[in-house]
Design a protein around this ligand. Structure first.
Ligand SMILES: [Zn+2]
Length: 291
């Protein structure tokens, strides 16, 4: 493989071998919203082999404060993955772009996950995170999950979780809200009943919280860094990085993963025998929001 001058400054950082590894690496980005569009940009600039972007949503007016690559002239309703596709091609025509205008909980997206080398999750909710975490485990795909988080009163920030093998993931590092995952699996009718009994909190209503470009950019850049060092061999990636924006601080998680993790120890490498495809049979799971 001959490398163009475009990658000269990359090669000074991690060598021609590192660049070749990136050029041979296919990735999938699930969720092409604020976080997804922000991670697609450095991935295209790094010069990966291909980027599959997965999102079934269209642009709305409130996305314009943070969607990287969206233009003021883009019409409301324009597919977010077509915006991603245009952005990838305009940044780096070396990179194959595969826009997939589907929910991550779809046959097309599941097949795409199985076909790539690395997977990025850029969701608003923990339900699709939990499913993608399991899918990546069953098919041994390195999975980087991005989250920006703006809880009321407790500050603002986010985190990046890198699951490279079968020793630490979103679940066993304590990064999944199991109540939120449980609610995701409920039908709309059951949720309405529970809300009537137990009351409704803001998260349950799926109200849109704050989301700003600089915060998404920090989280996406942290994720792109861990991906870059892992693929090129500069160093081992951190499994958990937490950004506390209100304190101007990034910390590295030191907690050990739970030893009995269903994902890491139960279904790892089992492929179709892990049964993750059963989620495709549950139609109401296809409601997914990108961050
Ligand atoms: Zn785990």
């Amino acid at each position: 493989m001959t490398l163009s001058e475009r990658y000269h400054r990359n090669i000074l950082m991690f060598g021609a071998e590192g660049q070749k590894k990136l050029r041979n690496t296919s990735v999938l980005v699930a969720g092409a919203g604020g976080l997804g569009s922000a991670i697609i940009q450095p991935l295209a600039l790094l010069g990966v082999k291909s980027i599959a972007s997965v999102d079934d949503e269209g642009l709305d007016e409130t996305n314009r404060n943070r969607l990287i690559g969206a233009r003021a002239t883009d019409p409301i309703g324009m597919s977010k993955v077509l915006i991603a596709d245009r952005n990838i091609k305009e940044i780096n025509p070396d990179v194959d772009s595969i826009p997939l205008p589907y929910s991550i909980i779809s046959e097309a997206a599941f097949e795409a996950v199985k076909a790539v080398d690395w997977v990025f999750g850029c969701f608003d909710g923990d339900g699709p995170r939990a499913i993608l975490n399991e899918l990546c485990a069953a098919y041994k795909k390195p999975y980087i999950d991005l989250a920006s988080d703006v809880p009321e009163q407790t500050g603002y920030g986010g985190r990046v979780c890198v699951s490279l093998g079968n020793d630490g993931c979103l679940d066993c590092l304590g990064e999944l809200d199991h109540d939120a995952v449980r609610r995701y699996f409920e039908t709309a009718d059951n949720l309405a009943q529970q809300n009537a009994i137990y009351g409704i909190d803001k998260m349950a209503l799926e109200e849109k919280g704050p989301s700003v470009a600089p915060l998404n950019g920090v989280i996406a850049s942290l994720a792109a860094m861990e991906f870059m060092v892992a693929v090129t061999g500069l160093r081992a990636p951190a499994s958990l990085l937490r950004y506390r924006g209100h304190m101007s601080m990034v910390t590295v998680g030191r907690d050990l993963p739970r030893p009995d993790c269903h994902r890491c120890k139960g279904i790892w490498g089992k492929g179709s025998a892990a049964g993750i495809e059963r989620y495709l049979e549950i139609p109401h799971l296809r409601r997914v929001k990108a961050s």
